[in-house]
Design a protein around this ligand. Structure first.
Ligand code: NAI
Length: 344
């Protein structure tokens, strides 16, 4: 039996991980705490760790895990910006779930957009109080509007397909992707200038960190709607707040937030929120925040547990690690995986 310490465990993780673990010969031990330098020692005696988006896999944590004999970190997510891949290289193999349900995230992005433009969140609260007035609920059609998609990978493309279904004009900017039927590849400047709605679907990297900031917000159409279901760090939240106050941004629909790690996924309703920027954003009538829930569908949870378990099984069976990530693949476009089946 392969024993994996699964950090930041939530009740909704367990059914699928138990099911696929039993099928694959992997026993998951669930730790509610996040993986940090302080909690890394809990991994002693396990064959590997399983981490999620807000677990810390920085250099000190990697070194601590390595000293405990851990050689495998399976991420139950697609993004890996929380991992110091350079520190992990040569020590701990890092595998992820590159795709589980791009539709889950893309559909959530559209759910946020529709909620905002048709004021569903306000109508829901009103009718529960028997307030059937329509005053202030006028929205607008998406039909014929221009949407700009930044990052046209699996999720970005799924979102593009949905937008095309609404007969929107679709522009996209992607550093690497080729042509997409029914959508127009444009420069970032053009995308900022022409889009009524901008949706972020690129990874968080040094290059994309604070891609949405005062300078780029100023380039956008007045009243632009910004959707972020990718990573919080893509947006400078203080600059976004200022642009909302100036009415440069018409709505901000955020499933992720740059300082989310101590808040999102947790119930902190009995506490005083210390993050003034988030408090102020939440007080805005044109801001909708969901707490990193875009992935949360039954289909996605199943696919995540299945691939994560397969990743662990492949590692211990010495099979090629198709889902391994390393800094060399990321930085140099070359990696030993093609020749050796693993990155080192
Ligand atoms: P993907 O790897 O299929 O697509 C990412 C795309 O971004 C690629 O086409 C790539 O060429 C492009 N890209 C890379 N650097 C870029 C740059 N500097 N400028 C423009 N485009 C760039 O990834 P996928 O599966 O579509 O996921 C996208 C992001 O969504 C992930 O990085 C992750 O952060 C986020 N995500 C959020 C979830 C949530 O629950 N909110 C769940 C899953 C993923």
């Amino acid at each position: 039996m392969i024993k994996i310490a699964l950090f930041d465990a939530k009740p909704y993780d367990k059914p699928a991980f138990d099911r696929y673990g039993a099928q694959g010969g992997v026993e998951y031990h669930y730790f509610e705490t996040k993986l940090t330098e302080e909690t890394a020692s809990l991994a002693a005696g396990y064959d590997g760790v399983c981490a999620f988006v807000n677990d810390d896999l920085s250099r000190p944590v990697i070194e601590k895990l390595y000293s405990l004999g851990i050689r495998l970190a399976v991420l139950r997510c697609a993004g890996f910006n929380n991992v110091d891949l350079q520190a992990a290289y040569g020590k701990i193999h890092v595998l992820r779930v590159p795709a589980y349900s791009p539709h889950a995230v893309a559909e959530h992005a559209m759910a946020l957009l529709l909620t905002s433009v048709r004021r569903i969140h306000k109508a829901y609260n009103r009718t529960r109080e028997f307030n059937f007035s329509l005053n202030g609920l006028a929205g607008f059609d998406l039909f014929g509007k221009t949407v700009g998609v930044i990052g046209a990978g699996k999720i970005g493309r799924a979102f593009i397909d949905i937008c095309r279904g609404f007969s929107m004009r679709v522009l996209y900017y992607d550093k690497f992707a080729g042509e997409i039927e029914g959508a127009t590849s444009v420069s970032l400047d053009t995308l900022f200038q022409e889009s009524d709605v901008i949706s972020l679907h690129c990874p968080l990297t040094e290059e994309t960190d604070h891609l949405i900031c005062a300078q780029t917000l100023a380039q956008m159409k007045k009243g632009v709607i910004i959707i972020n279901t990718s990573r919080g760090g893509l947006i400078d939240a203080e600059d976004l707040l200022a642009a909302i106050k100036e009415k440069q941004v018409g709505a901000a629909l955020l499933d992720v937030y740059e300082e989310e790690s101590d808040l999102f996924f947790e119930d902190v309703s009995g506490h005083i929120l210390q993050d003034d920027v988030l408090s102020r954003l939440l007080s805005m009538p044109n801001v909708i925040v969901t707490s990193h829930q875009a992935f949360l569908t039954e289909e996605a949870l199943s696919a995540i547990a299945e691939t994560t378990t397969q990743n662990a099984v492949d590692f211990f069976a010495g099979k090629p690690l198709v889902n391994e990530v390393c800094y060399r693949c990321e930085s140099f476009g070359e990696c030993k995986k093609q020749r050796k089946g693993k990155c080192f």
